[in-house]
Design a protein around this ligand. Structure first.
Ligand code: FMN
Length: 163
């Protein structure tokens, strides 16, 4: 389990997945050494600029040829049409990996985030941050999201056992 998280949302999901998988190890992406010997890698990161952040892309390149399951958190509600490209873009960052599944949920925006996003070069991300600000994602990831993440982890591992 390798995760990237600056405001804590993705790490909360990582903990839920980790708790579902006895014997798994959980590490910040930057601390992950050679990937040999791992049967399955859960890679988690926030959506940044409608896709995977650079550090996650680098990590996923290292994971090419391996079994990977993605878990993502994002600020926009998934129902917003502007969010449509985010998951496919993240999936594309895992090209070359054997992708076993992906999980996404909204994460709360901490106060510095809308301030930063208002300066953002991409028009609709900037508009979203300006219009909805801190209200977006309040309470997420909540218990429901974490329960879904837990079930996702078990489901992905179950698929591995059946295969
Ligand atoms: C620079 C920056 C860009 C972001 N871009 C997007 C975006 O394009 N779409 C989106 O839904 N959320 C975006 N977000 C919000 C984060 O994906 C969201 O808050 C996430 O849950 C943060 O995860 P973390 O707490 O694990 O760092 C952005 C956040 C930052 C700081």
């Amino acid at each position: 389990m390798a995760y990237l998280s600056s405001s804590g949302n993705t790490s909360r999901v990582a903990e839920a997945i980790h708790a579902a998988l006895p014997g798994s190890s959980m590490m910040a992406m930057a601390d992950v050494g050679p990937l040999d010997g791992y049967d399955l890698i859960f890679a988690g990161f926030p959506v940044i600029a409608e896709g995977a952040p650079r550090r996650a892309k680098r990590f996923l390149r290292r994971a090419q040829g391996r079994r990977v399951a993605l878990f993502l958190t994002h600020g926009m509600p998934a129902s917003m049409s502007e969010f449509d490209s985010a998951v496919p873009n993240c999936r594309r960052a895992a090209a070359g990996c054997e992708l076993l599944g992906e999980f996404e949920c909204q994460g709360r925006m901490v106060p510095w985030m809308p301030k930063l996003l208002r300066l953002y070069p991409r028009g609709h991300v900037r508009c979203w941050a300006r219009i909805d600000g801190e209200a977006h994602g309040a309470g997420h990831p909540g218990e429901g999201n974490l329960a879904r993440a837990h079930a996702f982890a078990i489901e992905v591992c179950g698929r591995l056992t059946v295969a």
